[in-house]
Design a protein around this ligand. Structure first.
Ligand code: DGP
Length: 111
């Protein structure tokens, strides 16, 4: 796989893993923007949300379910944000679909 996250998924780069199954990996973000900052991604190499289609759409439901479970485990279920940056114009720096699970502080409005 061609990105940093691809190499993490392949086990070629280290990470702090918080959840894994056959299709989904969740890791701690290396540059946390909040006390809780988890990246949840499909293992399948998909560039971004806009590229997601057909048989892969179920991955979004699985990612949401993982986020809900981790939110409870990490004690942020009453206030968290789950977001993806689609494309460099939105700030996507790693071109492998991933969702940020952010919590543990007041989030305020989206800028
Ligand atoms: P985005 O800008 O939406 O593509 O988010 C990419 C995030 O990935 C950013 O918050 C920093 C994080 N990140 C970049 N490289 C690594 C890495 O090697 N390991 C981990 N755990 N996170 C990384």
């Amino acid at each position: 796989m061609s990105t940093i996250f691809g190499r993490i998924i392949e086990g070629k780069l280290p990470c702090k893993k918080v959840f894994e199954n056959e299709r989904i990996l969740a890791i701690e973000d290396i540059h946390p923007a909040a006390p809780v900052h988890i990246l949840i991604m499909p293992k399948k190499e998909i560039r971004d949300l806009q590229s997601l289609k057909g048989d892969d759409l179920h991955l979004i439901g699985e990612i949401v379910a993982v986020a809900q479970k981790l939110a409870v485990q990490l004690g942020i279920e009453d206030g968290y944000r789950l977001l993806t940056n689609n494309g460099p114009g939105a700030g996507q720096s790693v071109l492998h679909l991933h969702f940020h699970l952010l919590g543990g502080r007041s989030m305020g409005n989206l800028g």
